[in-house]
Design a protein. Sequence first.
Length: 378
Amino acid sequence: IGKLVEVLNAVKGIKGPVLLHVITKKGKGYAPAEEKPIAFHGLGIFDKITGEPEKKSSPGQTYTRVFSNTMLRLAQEDPRVVAITAAMPEGTGLDAFRDRFPGRYYDVGIAEEHAATFAAGLACEGLRPVVAMYSSFSQRCYDQILHDICLQKLPVVFALDRAGIVGEDGPTHHGVFDLSFLRGIPGLAIMAPSDENELQHALKTALSLAVPCVLRYPRGSGPGAAMDKEPAILPFGKGVWRRKGRDLTILAAGNRVQPALEAARLLEKQSIDCGVADLRFIKPLDVELLREALETSRDIVTIEDNALPGGMGSAVLEQLNEQPLPFRLLRLGVPDMFVKHGKPEQLYEELGLTARKICETIAWRFSRAAKAQQGDIT
């Protein structure tokens, strides 16, 4: 430090541009960080003596681990499958792929734009590239996704980890904008698996398509869904009913499906019979499922972990406007704001996207609508 201060003071008086090359060591002076620099790139609470992160109990595997394991299985079955990352092998779960298939793994460094265009080139040669990156980092290669992949109709798969609220990494890393800026690109399919099992099927499905596809999934562990022995191809553009209800329908996707189901159970205690559908595909939407929901009830609620402007709720609204039946739509998601730093469960509570908050909002809206019908309020 003393030498650095000395040099900084020395260059103060130099006129014109100055290049000071400083060779640093990550975690200098703290043994756990020096020994595991990658693990200390970004972490939450940890034991300062041992350097070990706080252990969290969860019912299921992490989505990253499921993606990693499924990639290994599918690559074993299909030699055309290759993996690309932008300096994030551990964070995306591609470290295992790197070790198993070193000749089919490409780390392009911190260059998401190049990762996308490179994937386009590989797809042109008949390979099936999977580009794994965080949702927030996909913002950096929007132009390449649009012009180099989608305009060329190339079957590149983007695995966007950390979609939705990520928590302690803060405002720069919340993956709440991908649906808004990707949904308008022609020919791009977008999937949001609701649990670990659905993720393995979604990846298998994406690699079976002849069009570019995005998979978005959250940070952390899933709800503990039972895993099928083999990943299977899902019906393209089709959602699935999780429960039927006559009073209203909740349309959810990704990690908001489980809170939606729990909210429906809470609403049932208030004599509100609520259906829940897992859309699975944000694009193309399951129009047949939307029509079925409208034929049951004109009250529709969408729940997502993306920004409301241009998100899943907007996509549903666009489709409902094309239908001849009347409807009332309530969209729940991330408002027009940058979400602050915090634990995911705390942030979802503040955003009104937990089961309890969803129940409260729907119950209030439902009772108000009923009173309006009776002429009690305007």
